[in-house]
Design a protein around this ligand. Structure first.
Ligand SMILES: *[C@@H]1O[C@H](CO)[C@@H](O)[C@H](O)[C@H]1NC(C)=O
Ligand SMILES: *[C@@H]1O[C@H](CO)[C@@H](O)[C@H](O)[C@H]1NC(C)=O
Ligand SMILES: *[C@@H]1O[C@H](CO)[C@@H](O)[C@H](O)[C@H]1NC(C)=O
Length: 252
């Protein structure tokens, strides 16, 4: 009797978890949610994605870019990319860098710490890769109105990059005690974000526009590296929101 009750409970639990997995939408491109026209989602995802260009070229090892936008006014607050390699701070993933940088931007605009804390709930965070558990937690602590990601953790991991194997939806699921809800939209503009994550560990994968596979001394694997004058190649392809000369990240 006890055994069969436990078996029944276990099968019910697996049914419930299968149900939850099944209804989590994997693809919401083309929808205008929260009064944001769908083409603005594509625009801001492109800004986040192409933020990696401003750091030197279109095929970095860690091509993570994030943009924070006021959801209702459609204004960019700040945009930046992964800063682990340039600072030595291992927590400076794209999203943490964006939260840090936007805090500075808002401080310079004259907002007090309390005003800054209150402002995140007006903002959308666009990120070209699904937030890792650290970044997902920071996003939930901030209380963003929305987070929108391109390439999923699953795709990033399948492409060979090491990851903590926890989907951001699990952090959402466990953060219900926090005051503010955050809408999550996944897999937006993956036709443009995936290519940035596909080439690092797969010699057959195409390089992003502006890069080509090249041999390097002492390396047994050909890696994507920028072509000469990659900025021109990228511009001709209609990309490169972030490479306009003399412009920093925030004036895209
Ligand atoms: C976001 O934009 C709305 C609409 O323009 C404005 O009322 C609000 O103050 C803005 N929020 C922040 C934190 O800038
Ligand atoms: C990717 O898809 C979007 C939305 O369907 C489209 O607007 C865009 O042109 C596509 N990008 C490329 C490089 O094909
Ligand atoms: C490597 O890239 C090629 C070309 O995009 C793709 O067909 C193949 O599935 C990839 N291999 C793996 C193991 O992901």
């Amino acid at each position: 009797m006890l055994k069969s009750s436990i078996a029944l409970l276990l099968s019910l639990a697996s049914l419930i978890s299968a149900y939850q997995v099944e209804i989590h939408p994997e693809y919401q491109q083309g929808l205008s949610i929260n009064d944001v026209p769908q083409e603005r989602r594509l625009h801001w995802m492109r800004v986040a994605n192409e933020a990696v260009y401003a750091d030197g070229h279109p095929c970095p090892q860690a091509p993570f870019g994030s943009a924070i936008v006021n959801t209702t006014s459609d204004e960019l607050i700040c945009v930046t990319s992964n800063k682990v390699g340039v600072t030595g701070n291992p927590a400076m993933h794209g999203e943490i860098s964006a939260i840090t940088h936007c805090t500075e931007v808002l401080t310079k605009k004259g907002l007090s710490p309390q005003e800054i804390l209150a402002s995140w709930k007006d903002f959308s965070l666009y990120t070209n890769g699904e937030p890792c558990p650290m970044c997902a937690s920071a996003i939930r602590w901030a209380g963003f109105k929305e987070v929108i990601y391109g390439t999923s953790i699953r795709t990033i991991a399948e492409n060979g990059r090491n990851q903590i194997y926890i989907p951001s939806s699990h952090v959402w699921e466990k953060s219900y005690s926090l005051g503010h809800a955050t809408l999550m939209l996944g897999n937006i503009l993956t036709n443009e974000t995936d290519v940035f994550f596909a080439h690092q560990f797969n010699e057959s994968a195409p390089c992003p526009t502006g890069c080509q596979r090249q041999s390097a001394p002492g390396k047994r694997v050909q890696a994507c590296a920028p072509v000469d004058n990659w900025q021109e190649t990228v511009r001709k392809a209609g990309k490169g929101l972030a490479v306009t000369e003399g412009r920093g990240h925030d004036e895209l």
